[in-house]
Design a protein around this ligand. Structure first.
Ligand SMILES: Nc1ncnc2c1ncn2[C@@H]1O[C@H](COP(=O)(O)OP(=O)(O)OP(=O)(O)O)[C@@H](O)[C@H]1O
Length: 266
């Protein structure tokens, strides 16, 4: 009997250290990798360094020490390869979309800037991306202000998937939305993971969201990795005090099960 080979790592960091100008260390000796097709969550209390880590992984900041790894190799000088492979989704669907541009232009931006497609091919790809996220084709001709917060986040996700990246790097992608919209968006992200075999790196303070989307979890505390493992292990039997605090902070309904385990618990 032959077993399939293990999936290779796509994106990661090795011994990463970072400080903002003249400031104290924000990240120290951070190492992890996410393998193809998996979901990895970065969790931690406010100020732990999660967003800074995302910005480093997108090449928007330069590490002080250590490296960002793409396909197991140092990122340096490979920004184009990174943009092909990794697309971001940010928290705020109001500020992350240019209000002066029509949706077709916003969603088509990665196609143009990466030289993936133009003209009629790009238009068809934009329509396909909009359909995939559940928006009608006529959304393409409209402007962001004509959409609700949830629909705007769908536009942001359409932009992120338009050029068929391998990784979605999502920083609190649903936390600005109300509960019902959040659930629908989570379903969409879970479907995309499956149908497009997308790898997801997710920052979220919401452990229910983490449990719904990610098999693996890395816990950051004051810029250091303090715990990592499968999400079931890390959230089910937290060992580090920081992880325990995060788990204890999950609001519980009277009589409800203790911890979020599946999407149906959300
Ligand atoms: N542009 C900046 N200049 C200086 N310091 C910054 C900057 N951005 C973040 N920091 C500091 O870096 C540390 C980590 O911030 P970061 O936003 O990465 O944390 P976080 O875990 O994402 O927090 P939150 O969950 O509240 O968004 C904090 O102490 C923060 O004050």
């Amino acid at each position: 009997m032959t077993s399939s080979p293990p999936s290779p790592p796509i994106l990661g960091v090795r011994d990463l250290g970072f400080a903002y100008r003249r400031g104290p260390a924000v990240l120290s000796e951070v190492s992890f990798e996410v393998t193809a097709g998996r979901g990895l969550a970065l969790v931690g209390e406010s100020g732990a360094g999660k967003t800074t880590l995302v910005r480093l992984m997108l090449g928007l900041l330069r590490p002080r020490t250590g490296q960002v790894l793409l396909d197991g190799l140092p990122l340096r000088g490979r920004m184009r390869a990174l943009r092909h492979a990794v697309q971001p989704v940010f928290q705020d669907p109001y500020s992350s979309l240019d209000p002066r541009r029509r949706v077709e232009r916003i969603v088509g931006e990665p196609l143009r800037s990466l030289g993936v497609a133009r003209g009629a091919t790009a238009t068809a790809m934009v329509e396909e991306a909009l359909r995939t996220v559940g928006l009608p084709p006529d959304a393409a001709r409209r402007y962001p202000h004509e959409f609700s917060g949830g629909q705007r986040q769908r536009i942001a996700i359409a932009r992120a998937i338009a050029a068929s990246p391998r990784v979605l790097l999502a920083d609190e992608p649903v936390s600005a939305l109300d509960t019902a919209t959040r659930l629908r968006l989570l379903d969409l992200l879970a479907d995309l993971r499956e149908s497009r075999r997308l790898t997801v790196v997710l920052v979220s303070h919401d452990l229910a969201v983490v449990a719904a989307l990610c098999e693996e979890t890395v816990v950051l505390d004051r810029g250091r990795v303090v715990e990592r493992g499968t999400t079931a292990e890390v959230l089910g039997s937290p060992r580090h005090p920081c992880t325990r605090r995060l788990v204890a902070a999950v609001p519980r309904l009277p009589g409800a099960a203790n911890r979020p385990q599946t999407r149906s618990d959300l």
